[in-house]
Design a protein. Structure first.
Length: 229
């Protein structure tokens, strides 16, 4: 579902309204403690602490074989609507704070892509975009890009790695994204080529579960996406 046009989609607007009605009584439910505000503002590379955290939550929710068997997760920066704010002195955050970050009722989708398809989707961050849309990536996945290179050639293929090993063009990988991206949202048409999709839980529920598992949460260190120009 397209996160920035939901108000124009009556079906999705109704879905969000229903979800908010259910979530209403849960707003103050304690989730975790954060050491500081975890922001969505990107570094020059395009990576943000909140993007890292959300992608990690999506991977954690779908890593098990019966949940999708994911090894990589991507999320779109436009789906992160506000920082995860440390508003209380003790750093505690509730469900309402988490919901404010991802209020769109997107579900997670895990599908199979080849290494070559992953390379192509990374290049789509600059191709046919009004401005670069840098996907946020889960821990263990990394790559480098160069603004000086022409669009379509900005990502160094040798730098695309998972857990230290090079992504192989012909090998397949299980990848988790949200339903907006799975539909080709933000121009990421490669995701529509994915095979064997498995629909999972809401993205906000994945983030909540991940925060609970960490208990005390600091902004991720970053360094997954490197800009080399």
């Amino acid at each position: 579902m397209r996160t920035d046009t939901l108000a124009k989609d009556p079906e999705q607007t109704a879905l969000i309204a229903a979800y908010r009605k259910v979530a209403g009584p849960l707003i103050d439910r304690p989730v975790a403690t954060i050491t500081e505000t975890i922001g969505k503002t990107p570094a020059p590379s395009g990576e943000s602490p909140l993007g890292d955290l959300v992608a990690d939550g999506q991977l954690a929710a779908t890593r098990a074989a019966d949940k999708g068997g994911a090894v990589i997760a991507f999320t779109n920066p436009g789906g992160l609507r506000t920082d995860l704010v440390k508003a209380k002195a003790d750093g505690s955050v509730g469900y309402g704070d988490v919901f404010a970050v991802q209020p769109f009722a997107n579900t997670l989708v895990t599908l199979t892509l080849t290494g070559e398809q992953i390379r192509r989707l990374l290049e789509q961050q600059w191709l046919d975009q009004p401005k670069p849309r840098i996907l946020q990536v889960s821990k263990g996945f990394e790559y480098a890009w160069d603004e000086r290179k022409p669009a379509g050639e900005r990502v160094d293929p040798a730098s695309i790695r998972l857990d230290g090993a090079a992504i192989e063009p012909t090998r397949t990988y299980r990848v988790t994204i949200n339903s907006f991206l799975a539909d080709g949202g933000d121009g990421f048409k490669v995701f529509r080529e994915g095979r064997d999709p498995l629909v999972g839980i809401f993205d906000v529920d994945a983030l909540e579960a991940h925060l609970k598992s960490l208990a005390t949460v600091a902004p991720p260190a970053g360094g997954r996406i490197r800009r080399i120009d």
